[in-house]
Design a protein around this ligand. Sequence first.
Ligand code: URA
Length: 209
Amino acid sequence: MSTLHVITHPLVQHKLTLMRQKDASTNSFRRLLDELSTLMAYEVTRDMPLQDVQIETPLETMTGQMIDGKKLVLVSILRAGDGFLDGMLRVVPGARVGHIGLYRDPATLQPVEYYFKMPSEMSERDVVVVDPMLATGNSAAAAVARIKQLKPKSIKFVCLLAAPEGVAVMQAAHPDVDIYTAAVDRCLNDHGYILPGLGDAGDRIFGTK
Ligand code: URA
């Protein structure tokens, strides 16, 4: 079973509460998500492997440590996942970025892929999939399954809010993928929205409502 990491840092919880409020402007919602994703990136990258490197300080030679291996890949699930990118790239500026777009077929209710673009050499990379809302879990599970076809070294999933239903779907489908979130809310409503939630993350990031 994968681990569910709930990031309880006071700064994360404070900013999340500001974001949930219905009268937060598009500007402040976007800025808070940007700040939160930087804070969450610290937690998500905590176990990145280090390698020893010899460097010269102005005074002498020393052995420092730097991140080992190929660059990380952030994979945004379109479109709301894009709200995580700038904040995370601030901490890992060398990361590569992939995108996956899925829509729900109205007849079958199954996710259908309409866009998929990843960096090269995925089999040598660690992947962090980002999407602010883990609701039913169907898109997230489908996105991770598609990325697994490229056999990356590891995959983590990062969201701002999760519903218990979405966590269960992800953990059943992908027991090897740890989930990072700022909160696990109560449940989904009949339209698949998280309660109490924060509404439609894409609309609130892009001001499309
Ligand atoms: N997607 C959202 O943007 N919000 C929800 O509450 C659920 C899915």
